[in-house]
Design a protein around this ligand. Sequence first.
Ligand code: ZN
Length: 224
Amino acid sequence: MKEGMKKLTDFLLDCVFPYFCLQCGASDVYFCFLCRQADWFKNPTGIFVHGNEIDSSLTRIISLTKYNSEVDAARLIEDFKYGFINQASTEINVWLKNTAWLNKEIADCDLIIPVPLHRRRFAERGFNQAEIIAGFMSTIIHRPIDFLSLIRAKSTKQQAKLGREKRLKNVIDAFVCKNKEKIVGQNILLVDDVYTTGATLEECAKVLLATGAKNVSSFTLAHG
Ligand SMILES: [Zn+2]
């Protein structure tokens, strides 16, 4: 009965909000077969930056693809943050699984930590996209995930609305780390959706290193 109701609800929703492919606009599908064959999705090559090249607290900065509003991946990521959360997260999980190098590149990772949202922002949005990505990663690379040790203690302005200088200032002292015993000596993989200026990830890395992490690298879907 429940299943029948869900099918009916899905059918009615499809009538009111029909799907169009997020890339090409083909009807009745969220992401069509042809568009799924694109290299960025089917065989992402990845972007790798070593922290010492850019004077960073992060040992490695790893992303699936580059990010700007013109690349196809941006539509999927924007849907994931602001639109069709369920459909987009299913595709993001497939995208991550399509990444053959993932296991090798982050082989030394002991613990996955998603970049936290402040609890007020979490309540407004209802989910943290970094936690969703981290959950997928944990299943794919078989590493534990820690949602509790890193906390965003200060409610900051949305980074997307600020320039580089202000982004850096905005996140200073925004994070605290508890459960020191879980962090000391660990190789940590910080996970977020997009690396833009890196200000948020850098600040998280500093706090984790100060707590005793051995090293911290970052993984994001895209690199701005
Ligand atoms: Zn398409």
